[in-house]
Design a protein around this ligand. Structure first.
Ligand code: NAD
Ligand code: UDX
Length: 473
């Protein structure tokens, strides 16, 4: 196989955009075209003002500035890009199914299937198709069946190349990936040639020893497993945080102490208000579904517990606010600092903030929100989507939102006359606020609920705040 000269990526989202930008940056000889059916998103990727890219990610504007227009292009002409590319990445969304069989657990593969059908319909020459989306194990088989049934003249090789970047650190994760995983048909010469073609793309900047090649199914399953293990660590430390609060132990001290054991390691032991993001919950639910599907209910139950513990942690945080505020937040101004699911991203998918806001609003709180990157429309969409999914009418959801939620573009007004502040995202700027002035502007007793353990509890208490932090007795 000659080295690849043209790549197309279907899906210009949080993964497709940054990943392809870096592939283009590191491979100036490859033409990379990222396509999407969402024209507004493509227009935003083509914005000359780089602060308006659709994904907020440190370092991304610089990479886009270097490659865009040279060998990186964003377009909504999907067919043309498919036709011209030798290698096609599928990087579309694979959310949890919200209808029919597997509702609430299985991955919804309709977007992936549509891509496969479109590729099969358009392709005139042989193609390497790369699964970049996170998929259930053995999805490649289904994709292959579509290709075989639709387009007998063209040869397709399917690879699995899951993405391990985390949002907020995506560019660094892509530049310095711990490993690149490529699964393919290692049993056949054609399969090996396809794997080698993709290895070459990554070898432009990733050392060969960090590029792992496996069988297709191992690659697909490794992605789900990696996310399950990472989320499991967070649920484990969050479980311990509840015990810390009862016993007077300090969860950060416990995490530090156990993290020094080289077998455990220090990362992903930060106790929090609960993990969010588009991946952990959806991928574990998918794993649970697969385990049940393959007749392994005990294994399914084991992994499902990670999600249950996460739900418990979110609920526990909401309850700690209500309990501390004399068992009711009715009519009280609760200010949320942060709405994104973690710092340095504008992504809010499955953010703990959404669920905690909902619980407080059920107790008639007035929720006031400031987040440095998340748009007011996004916050509104998040809550209205949650409520309408639960059967609330669109009108009623709109009314509920208008009554209960106020959004700010700066923190001072958001905090004025508040009964309590809740830290939902660990944005660095929250640490440098003038907390003494904030205290002066709030109603007394003034409460801080630090859902990320980023503030200095003793210092806040010295100012006069009543402070509740996660896992601190
Ligand atoms: P996203 O929703 O941000 O982007 C997906 C894009 O695909 C959307 O813009 C959508 O319009 C587009 N799309 C859907 N169907 C299409 C079609 N038929 N033709 C053209 N465009 C189409 O999703 P994301 O966060 O980028 O995730 C993509 C995949 O990567 C998912 O499977 C996810 O699990 C996986 N993943 C995500 C992350 C992450 O941090 N977000 C990390 C690793 C893996
Ligand atoms: C995750 C995986 O890390 C990444 O490898 C995969 O490709 C996609 O899913 P992401 O969801 O973007 O990435 O961010 P991550 O840093 O993993 O954080 C996920 C959630 O866990 C966030 O809400 C974060 O605040 C929370 N978290 C993370 C903790 O509560 N404690 C920790 O110690 C780490």
């Amino acid at each position: 196989m000659n080295s690849i000269k043209s790549i197309c990526c279907i899906g210009a989202g949080y993964v497709g955009g940054p990943t392809m930008a870096v592939i283009a940056q590191k491979n100036p000889h490859i033409q990379v075209t990222v396509v999407d059916i969402n024209e507004a998103r493509i227009a935003a990727w083509n914005e000359s003002d780089l602060t308006k890219l659709p994904v907020y990610e440190p370092g991304l504007p610089e990479v886009v500035a270097e490659a865009r227009g040279r060998n990186l292009f964003f377009s909504s002409d999907v067919n043309k890009a498919i036709d011209e590319a030798e290698m096609i990445f599928i990087s579309v969304n694979t959310p949890t199914k919200n209808y029919g069989i597997g509702k609430g657990q299985a991955a919804d593969l309709k977007f992936v299937e549509l891509c496969a059908r479109q590729i099969a319909a358009v392709a005139k020459q042989d193609k390497i198709v790369v699964e970049k989306s996170t998929l259930p194990v053995r999805t490649a088989e289904s994709i292959k069946r579509i290709f075989d049934a639709t387009n007998g003249d063209v040869k397709f090789q399917i690879l699995s190349n899951p993405e391990f970047l985390a949002e907020g650190t995506a560019i660094n994760d892509l530049h310095n990936a711990d490993r690149i995983l490529i699964g393919g048909e290692i049993e056949t010469p054609e399969g090996n040639a396809a794997i080698e073609a993709l290895v070459q793309v990554y070898e432009s900047w990733i050392p060969r020893e960090r590029i792992i090649t496996t069988r297709l199914w191992s690659s697909e399953l490794s992605k789900l497993t990696a996310n399950a293990f990472l989320a499991q660590r967070i649920s484990s430390i969050n479980a311990i945080s509840a015990l810390c609060e009862r016993t007077g132990a300090d969860v950060d001290e416990v995490a530090h102490a156990i993290g020094k054991d080289s077998r455990i390691g220090p990362k992903f032991l930060k106790s929090s208000v609960g993990f969010g993001g588009s991946c952990f919950q959806k991928d574990i639910l998918n794993l649970v579904y697969l385990c049940n599907h393959f007749g392994l209910p005990e294994v399914a139950d084991y992994w499902e517990q990670v999600i249950k513990m996460n739900d418990y942690q979110k609920h526990r945080f909401a309850m700690s606010i209500i309990n501390a505020l004399f068992d009711t937040v009715s009519g009280k101004k609760i200010t949320f600092l942060g709405w994104a699911f973690k710092k340095d991203t504008n992504d809010t998918r499955e953010s703990a903030a959404i669920y905690i806001a909902d619980e407080l609003i059920q107790d008639q709180a007035e929720v006031h929100v400031y987040d440095p990157q998340v748009s007011p429309e996004q916050i509104k969409n998040d809550l209205i989507y949650l409520w309408t999914q639960r059967g609330v009418s669109a009108d009623e959801a709109q009314k509920r939102f208008e009554q209960a939620v106020t959004i700010y573009s700066e923190p001072t007004e958001a905090l004025k006359q508040a009964h309590a502040v809740a830290i939902l995202t660990e944005w660095d700027e929250f640490k440098s606020y003038d907390w003494a002035s904030i205290y002066a502007s709030m109603l007394k007793p003034a409460f801080v609920f630090d859902g990320r353990n980023i503030l200095d509890k003793e210092q806040l208490e010295a100012i006069g705040f009543k402070v509740k932090a996660i896992g601190k007795g």
